[in-house]
Design a protein around this ligand. Sequence first.
Ligand code: KG4
Ligand code: ZN
Length: 338
Amino acid sequence: MKDGKLITLAIESSCDETSVAVLADGREVLSNVIASQIKVHQVFGGVVPEIASRHHLDNVNRVADEAMAEAGITLDDVDLIGVTYGPGLVGALLIGLATAKAYAMATGKPLVGVHHIQGHICANYIAHKELEPPFMALVISGGHTNIVEVTDYNECHVLGQTRDDAAGEAYDKVARVLGLGYPGGPKIDKIAKEGNPDAIEFKRVFLEKDSLDFSFSGIKTGVLNYVNSEKQAGREINVPDVAASFQQAVLEVIVKKTVGAAVRMKKDKIVMAGGVASNSRLREMMEAACEKEGIRLYYPSPILCTDNAAMIGCAAYYRYKAGHVDDLTLDAIPHLPL
Ligand code: KG4
Ligand code: ZN
Protein backbone atom coordinates (compact mmCIF):
# COMPACT_ATOMS: atom_id res chain seq x y z
CA MET A 1 0.00 0.00 0.00
CA LYS A 2 1.08 3.54 -0.61
CA ASP A 3 -0.91 6.57 0.51
CA GLY A 4 -3.76 4.19 1.34
CA LYS A 5 -3.91 2.87 -2.22
CA LEU A 6 -3.48 -0.69 -3.45
CA ILE A 7 -0.26 -0.96 -5.47
CA THR A 8 -0.11 -3.25 -8.51
CA LEU A 9 3.15 -4.20 -10.21
CA ALA A 10 2.37 -5.45 -13.72
CA ILE A 11 4.43 -7.16 -16.42
CA GLU A 12 3.69 -7.50 -20.16
CA SER A 13 5.91 -9.48 -22.55
CA SER A 14 3.54 -11.23 -24.97
CA CYS A 15 5.12 -9.97 -28.20
CA ASP A 16 7.95 -7.51 -28.81
CA GLU A 17 7.48 -4.98 -26.01
CA THR A 18 8.94 -5.57 -22.55
CA SER A 19 6.87 -3.45 -20.23
CA VAL A 20 6.52 -3.05 -16.47
CA ALA A 21 4.08 -0.66 -14.80
CA VAL A 22 3.07 0.41 -11.32
CA LEU A 23 -0.54 1.38 -10.64
CA ALA A 24 -2.33 2.82 -7.63
CA ASP A 25 -5.89 1.53 -7.14
CA GLY A 26 -6.14 0.12 -10.64
CA ARG A 27 -6.62 3.23 -12.74
CA GLU A 28 -3.86 5.57 -11.63
CA VAL A 29 -0.59 4.96 -13.49
CA LEU A 30 2.50 5.72 -11.38
CA SER A 31 4.84 4.43 -14.08
CA ASN A 32 4.58 2.54 -17.37
CA VAL A 33 8.01 1.73 -18.77
CA ILE A 34 8.08 0.17 -22.25
CA ALA A 35 11.22 -1.23 -23.89
CA SER A 36 10.31 -1.66 -27.54
CA GLN A 37 12.17 -4.13 -29.75
CA ILE A 38 10.85 -2.67 -33.01
CA LYS A 39 14.34 -1.72 -34.22
CA VAL A 40 15.64 -5.25 -33.57
CA HIS A 41 12.88 -6.90 -35.63
CA GLN A 42 12.67 -4.24 -38.35
CA VAL A 43 15.49 -5.82 -40.37
CA PHE A 44 13.48 -9.08 -40.54
CA GLY A 45 10.22 -7.33 -41.55
CA GLY A 46 8.36 -8.82 -38.56
CA VAL A 47 8.77 -10.18 -35.04
CA VAL A 48 11.19 -13.13 -34.73
CA PRO A 49 9.94 -15.09 -31.67
CA GLU A 50 13.28 -16.48 -30.45
CA ILE A 51 14.97 -13.08 -30.69
CA ALA A 52 12.01 -11.49 -28.88
CA SER A 53 12.40 -13.93 -25.95
CA ARG A 54 16.12 -13.19 -25.62
CA HIS A 55 15.52 -9.47 -25.56
CA HIS A 56 12.75 -9.81 -22.97
CA LEU A 57 15.21 -11.73 -20.81
CA ASP A 58 17.88 -9.05 -21.24
CA ASN A 59 15.47 -6.21 -20.48
CA VAL A 60 12.87 -7.31 -17.97
CA ASN A 61 14.75 -6.75 -14.70
CA ARG A 62 16.10 -3.37 -15.76
CA VAL A 63 12.62 -2.30 -16.93
CA ALA A 64 11.09 -3.46 -13.62
CA ASP A 65 13.70 -1.56 -11.57
CA GLU A 66 13.07 1.53 -13.68
CA ALA A 67 9.28 1.25 -13.26
CA MET A 68 9.55 0.97 -9.47
CA ALA A 69 12.05 3.83 -9.23
CA GLU A 70 9.90 6.08 -11.43
CA ALA A 71 6.83 5.27 -9.32
CA GLY A 72 8.78 6.00 -6.13
CA ILE A 73 8.09 2.59 -4.63
CA THR A 74 10.03 -0.46 -3.52
CA LEU A 75 8.93 -4.09 -3.61
CA ASP A 76 7.73 -3.69 -0.01
CA ASP A 77 4.95 -1.35 -1.24
CA VAL A 78 3.60 -3.85 -3.80
CA ASP A 79 0.26 -5.53 -2.95
CA LEU A 80 -0.37 -7.45 -6.11
CA ILE A 81 1.55 -8.75 -9.14
CA GLY A 82 -0.24 -8.84 -12.49
CA VAL A 83 1.13 -10.56 -15.58
CA THR A 84 0.03 -11.43 -19.12
CA TYR A 85 -0.16 -15.23 -19.47
CA GLY A 86 -1.67 -15.37 -22.99
CA PRO A 87 -2.31 -15.11 -25.83
CA GLY A 88 1.09 -14.39 -27.34
CA LEU A 89 4.46 -15.88 -28.24
CA VAL A 90 5.14 -18.69 -25.77
CA GLY A 91 8.83 -17.90 -25.18
CA ALA A 92 8.08 -14.20 -24.77
CA LEU A 93 5.21 -14.85 -22.35
CA LEU A 94 7.36 -17.20 -20.26
CA ILE A 95 9.91 -14.47 -19.50
CA GLY A 96 7.26 -12.15 -18.07
CA LEU A 97 5.61 -15.00 -16.20
CA ALA A 98 8.85 -16.26 -14.64
CA THR A 99 9.68 -12.73 -13.53
CA ALA A 100 6.21 -12.16 -12.06
CA LYS A 101 6.36 -15.48 -10.21
CA ALA A 102 9.79 -14.61 -8.80
CA TYR A 103 8.41 -11.30 -7.47
CA ALA A 104 5.34 -13.06 -6.07
CA MET A 105 7.50 -15.66 -4.33
CA ALA A 106 9.95 -13.10 -2.97
CA THR A 107 7.24 -10.80 -1.61
CA GLY A 108 4.58 -13.36 -0.73
CA LYS A 109 2.09 -11.16 -2.56
CA PRO A 110 -0.71 -12.53 -4.80
CA LEU A 111 -0.11 -13.28 -8.47
CA VAL A 112 -2.89 -12.50 -10.97
CA GLY A 113 -2.74 -13.73 -14.57
CA VAL A 114 -4.27 -11.49 -17.21
CA HIS A 115 -5.60 -12.17 -20.72
CA HIS A 116 -3.78 -9.80 -23.08
CA ILE A 117 -7.00 -8.71 -24.85
CA GLN A 118 -8.71 -8.01 -21.53
CA GLY A 119 -5.71 -5.80 -20.82
CA HIS A 120 -6.15 -3.88 -24.08
CA ILE A 121 -9.80 -3.20 -23.20
CA CYS A 122 -8.79 -2.02 -19.70
CA ALA A 123 -6.46 0.62 -21.19
CA ASN A 124 -9.66 2.61 -21.61
CA TYR A 125 -10.39 2.58 -17.87
CA ILE A 126 -7.04 4.28 -17.37
CA ALA A 127 -7.63 6.81 -20.14
CA HIS A 128 -11.24 7.61 -19.17
CA LYS A 129 -11.71 7.69 -15.42
CA GLU A 130 -15.51 7.84 -15.68
CA LEU A 131 -15.84 4.85 -18.04
CA GLU A 132 -17.71 1.84 -16.72
CA PRO A 133 -19.12 -1.29 -18.35
CA PRO A 134 -21.35 -2.25 -20.13
CA PHE A 135 -20.10 -1.31 -23.61
CA MET A 136 -19.10 -2.75 -26.97
CA ALA A 137 -15.36 -3.10 -27.55
CA LEU A 138 -13.36 -3.30 -30.75
CA VAL A 139 -9.96 -4.84 -30.06
CA ILE A 140 -7.82 -4.33 -33.09
CA SER A 141 -4.10 -5.06 -33.11
CA GLY A 142 -1.33 -6.92 -34.88
CA GLY A 143 -2.54 -10.22 -33.46
CA HIS A 144 -6.28 -9.72 -32.94
CA THR A 145 -9.45 -8.28 -34.38
CA ASN A 146 -12.37 -8.87 -32.03
CA ILE A 147 -15.77 -7.38 -31.39
CA VAL A 148 -16.38 -7.98 -27.70
CA GLU A 149 -19.48 -7.31 -25.64
CA VAL A 150 -18.22 -6.18 -22.24
CA THR A 151 -20.94 -6.64 -19.63
CA ASP A 152 -18.84 -6.14 -16.49
CA TYR A 153 -15.20 -5.58 -15.45
CA ASN A 154 -14.51 -9.31 -15.57
CA GLU A 155 -17.20 -10.48 -17.93
CA CYS A 156 -17.16 -10.32 -21.71
CA HIS A 157 -18.35 -12.26 -24.74
CA VAL A 158 -16.59 -12.39 -28.09
CA LEU A 159 -19.21 -11.66 -30.77
CA GLY A 160 -16.89 -11.62 -33.74
CA GLN A 161 -13.29 -12.26 -34.67
CA THR A 162 -11.03 -12.56 -37.66
CA ARG A 163 -11.03 -15.87 -39.47
CA ASP A 164 -7.54 -15.32 -40.86
CA ASP A 165 -5.27 -12.25 -40.59
CA ALA A 166 -5.69 -9.61 -37.89
CA ALA A 167 -6.33 -6.07 -39.10
CA GLY A 168 -2.86 -4.90 -38.02
CA GLU A 169 -1.34 -7.87 -39.81
CA ALA A 170 -3.15 -6.79 -43.00
CA TYR A 171 -1.74 -3.27 -42.58
CA ASP A 172 1.76 -4.69 -42.07
CA LYS A 173 1.52 -7.02 -45.09
CA VAL A 174 0.14 -4.34 -47.42
CA ALA A 175 2.85 -1.94 -46.24
CA ARG A 176 5.44 -4.56 -47.18
CA VAL A 177 3.90 -4.93 -50.66
CA LEU A 178 4.10 -1.14 -51.03
CA GLY A 179 7.70 -1.09 -49.77
CA LEU A 180 6.84 1.06 -46.74
CA GLY A 181 8.67 -1.04 -44.11
CA TYR A 182 7.73 -2.45 -40.70
CA PRO A 183 5.54 -1.87 -38.72
CA GLY A 184 3.30 -0.84 -41.57
CA GLY A 185 0.24 0.46 -39.73
CA PRO A 186 1.58 3.90 -38.79
CA LYS A 187 3.24 4.25 -42.22
CA ILE A 188 0.01 3.52 -44.12
CA ASP A 189 -1.89 5.81 -41.74
CA LYS A 190 0.47 8.68 -42.60
CA ILE A 191 0.85 8.21 -46.35
CA ALA A 192 -2.88 7.54 -46.87
CA LYS A 193 -3.59 11.12 -45.80
CA GLU A 194 -2.14 12.25 -49.15
CA GLY A 195 -4.14 9.69 -51.17
CA ASN A 196 -7.64 9.30 -52.56
CA PRO A 197 -9.61 6.59 -50.68
CA ASP A 198 -11.90 6.11 -53.71
CA ALA A 199 -9.08 5.74 -56.27
CA ILE A 200 -9.15 1.91 -56.32
CA GLU A 201 -12.16 -0.25 -55.47
CA PHE A 202 -10.79 -3.06 -53.27
CA LYS A 203 -13.34 -5.69 -52.23
CA ARG A 204 -15.18 -5.13 -48.93
CA VAL A 205 -15.45 -8.53 -47.23
CA PHE A 206 -18.57 -8.69 -45.06
CA LEU A 207 -18.93 -12.53 -44.95
CA GLU A 208 -22.40 -13.95 -44.16
CA LYS A 209 -25.34 -11.65 -43.40
CA ASP A 210 -25.25 -10.50 -39.75
CA SER A 211 -21.85 -12.13 -39.15
CA LEU A 212 -19.54 -10.10 -36.93
CA ASP A 213 -16.48 -12.07 -38.07
CA PHE A 214 -13.81 -10.60 -40.31
CA SER A 215 -11.54 -11.80 -43.09
CA PHE A 216 -8.56 -9.68 -44.12
CA SER A 217 -6.36 -12.16 -45.95
CA GLY A 218 -7.98 -11.46 -49.34
CA ILE A 219 -7.24 -7.76 -49.36
CA LYS A 220 -3.49 -8.31 -49.20
CA THR A 221 -3.77 -10.45 -52.35
CA GLY A 222 -6.04 -7.79 -53.88
CA VAL A 223 -3.41 -5.11 -53.31
CA LEU A 224 -0.62 -7.39 -54.54
CA ASN A 225 -2.56 -8.23 -57.74
CA TYR A 226 -3.30 -4.56 -58.34
CA VAL A 227 0.36 -3.54 -57.89
CA ASN A 228 1.58 -6.36 -60.18
CA SER A 229 -0.93 -5.62 -62.94
CA GLU A 230 -0.09 -1.90 -62.86
CA LYS A 231 3.62 -2.70 -63.03
CA GLN A 232 3.06 -5.10 -65.94
CA ALA A 233 1.12 -2.41 -67.79
CA GLY A 234 4.08 -0.08 -67.25
CA ARG A 235 2.10 2.32 -65.06
CA GLU A 236 3.57 3.96 -61.99
CA ILE A 237 2.01 3.00 -58.63
CA ASN A 238 0.45 5.86 -56.73
CA VAL A 239 1.34 4.62 -53.23
CA PRO A 240 -0.79 7.17 -51.29
CA ASP A 241 -3.84 6.22 -53.40
CA VAL A 242 -3.30 2.48 -52.86
CA ALA A 243 -2.76 2.99 -49.12
CA ALA A 244 -5.86 5.20 -48.78
CA SER A 245 -8.02 2.82 -50.84
CA PHE A 246 -6.83 -0.25 -48.92
CA GLN A 247 -7.55 1.48 -45.63
CA GLN A 248 -10.98 2.58 -46.77
CA ALA A 249 -11.96 -0.98 -47.76
CA VAL A 250 -10.83 -2.45 -44.43
CA LEU A 251 -12.15 0.32 -42.20
CA GLU A 252 -15.60 0.52 -43.81
CA VAL A 253 -16.17 -3.13 -42.84
CA ILE A 254 -14.77 -2.71 -39.33
CA VAL A 255 -16.81 0.42 -38.58
CA LYS A 256 -20.04 -0.99 -40.00
CA LYS A 257 -19.78 -4.24 -38.05
CA THR A 258 -18.75 -2.63 -34.76
CA VAL A 259 -21.38 0.10 -34.78
CA GLY A 260 -23.96 -2.43 -36.05
CA ALA A 261 -23.13 -4.72 -33.11
CA ALA A 262 -23.52 -1.87 -30.61
CA VAL A 263 -26.89 -0.88 -32.07
CA ARG A 264 -28.08 -4.49 -32.14
CA MET A 265 -27.00 -5.14 -28.55
CA LYS A 266 -28.32 -1.76 -27.37
CA LYS A 267 -24.96 -0.39 -26.20
CA ASP A 268 -24.54 3.37 -26.07
CA LYS A 269 -20.74 3.21 -25.70
CA ILE A 270 -18.02 1.83 -27.97
CA VAL A 271 -14.48 1.36 -26.74
CA MET A 272 -11.54 0.85 -29.12
CA ALA A 273 -8.27 -0.78 -28.07
CA GLY A 274 -5.08 -2.25 -29.54
CA GLY A 275 -2.38 -0.88 -31.82
CA VAL A 276 -4.66 -0.16 -34.80
CA ALA A 277 -6.99 1.90 -32.56
CA SER A 278 -4.35 4.63 -32.98
CA ASN A 279 -5.26 4.88 -36.67
CA SER A 280 -6.42 8.38 -37.47
CA ARG A 281 -8.79 7.43 -40.30
CA LEU A 282 -10.41 4.73 -38.14
CA ARG A 283 -10.99 7.31 -35.41
CA GLU A 284 -12.54 9.75 -37.88
CA MET A 285 -14.83 7.15 -39.41
CA MET A 286 -15.86 5.73 -36.02
CA GLU A 287 -16.54 9.22 -34.63
CA ALA A 288 -18.85 9.97 -37.57
CA ALA A 289 -20.68 6.62 -37.45
CA CYS A 290 -21.10 6.77 -33.65
CA GLU A 291 -22.41 10.31 -33.75
CA LYS A 292 -25.10 9.24 -36.20
CA GLU A 293 -26.29 6.52 -33.81
CA GLY A 294 -25.96 8.54 -30.60
CA ILE A 295 -23.13 6.32 -29.37
CA ARG A 296 -20.22 7.64 -27.33
CA LEU A 297 -16.77 6.61 -28.57
CA TYR A 298 -13.74 5.99 -26.33
CA TYR A 299 -10.15 5.20 -27.19
CA PRO A 300 -6.87 5.51 -25.31
CA SER A 301 -3.81 7.61 -26.17
CA PRO A 302 -1.40 5.89 -28.62
CA ILE A 303 0.93 4.75 -25.83
CA LEU A 304 -1.96 2.94 -24.11
CA CYS A 305 -3.17 1.50 -27.46
CA THR A 306 0.08 -0.32 -28.04
CA ASP A 307 1.28 -3.19 -25.83
CA ASN A 308 2.02 -1.86 -22.34
CA ALA A 309 1.97 -3.14 -18.76
CA ALA A 310 -0.31 -0.40 -17.34
CA MET A 311 -3.31 -1.95 -19.10
CA ILE A 312 -2.33 -5.36 -17.68
CA GLY A 313 -2.09 -3.87 -14.18
CA CYS A 314 -5.58 -2.38 -14.51
CA ALA A 315 -7.04 -5.72 -15.62
CA ALA A 316 -5.19 -7.53 -12.78
CA TYR A 317 -6.64 -5.07 -10.25
CA TYR A 318 -10.23 -5.77 -11.31
CA ARG A 319 -9.63 -9.55 -11.35
CA TYR A 320 -8.12 -9.36 -7.87
CA LYS A 321 -11.05 -7.23 -6.61
CA ALA A 322 -13.38 -9.97 -7.88
CA GLY A 323 -11.45 -12.53 -5.81
CA HIS A 324 -9.32 -14.05 -8.54
CA VAL A 325 -5.78 -15.07 -7.57
CA ASP A 326 -3.44 -17.50 -9.36
CA ASP A 327 -0.78 -19.73 -7.86
CA LEU A 328 2.78 -20.34 -9.00
CA THR A 329 1.70 -23.09 -11.39
CA LEU A 330 0.24 -20.43 -13.72
CA ASP A 331 1.53 -21.24 -17.20
CA ALA A 332 1.83 -19.40 -20.51
CA ILE A 333 -1.04 -20.19 -22.90
CA PRO A 334 -0.17 -18.99 -26.44
CA HIS A 335 -3.75 -19.38 -27.78
CA LEU A 336 -5.64 -18.48 -24.61
CA PRO A 337 -9.33 -17.94 -25.48
CA LEU A 338 -11.12 -14.86 -24.12
O1 KG4 B 1 -1.45 -3.79 -29.97
P1 KG4 B 1 -0.16 -3.84 -30.68
O2 KG4 B 1 0.92 -2.88 -30.29
O3 KG4 B 1 0.47 -5.27 -30.60
C1 KG4 B 1 -0.29 -6.44 -30.71
O4 KG4 B 1 -0.82 -6.91 -29.67
O5 KG4 B 1 -0.42 -6.90 -31.87
O6 KG4 B 1 -0.49 -3.66 -32.23
C2 KG4 B 1 0.50 -3.59 -33.22
C3 KG4 B 1 -0.17 -3.44 -34.58
C4 KG4 B 1 0.80 -3.51 -35.75
O7 KG4 B 1 0.24 -4.38 -36.72
C5 KG4 B 1 0.84 -2.07 -36.26
O8 KG4 B 1 1.11 -1.98 -37.64
C6 KG4 B 1 -0.55 -1.59 -35.93
O9 KG4 B 1 -0.83 -2.16 -34.66
N1 KG4 B 1 -0.64 -0.13 -35.84
C7 KG4 B 1 -1.40 0.64 -36.66
C8 KG4 B 1 -1.19 1.98 -36.28
N2 KG4 B 1 -0.31 1.99 -35.23
C9 KG4 B 1 0.00 0.69 -34.98
N3 KG4 B 1 -2.22 0.29 -37.66
C10 KG4 B 1 -2.84 1.28 -38.33
N4 KG4 B 1 -2.67 2.59 -38.05
C11 KG4 B 1 -1.86 2.99 -37.04
N5 KG4 B 1 -1.71 4.27 -36.77
ZN1 ZN C 1 -1.53 -6.26 -27.97
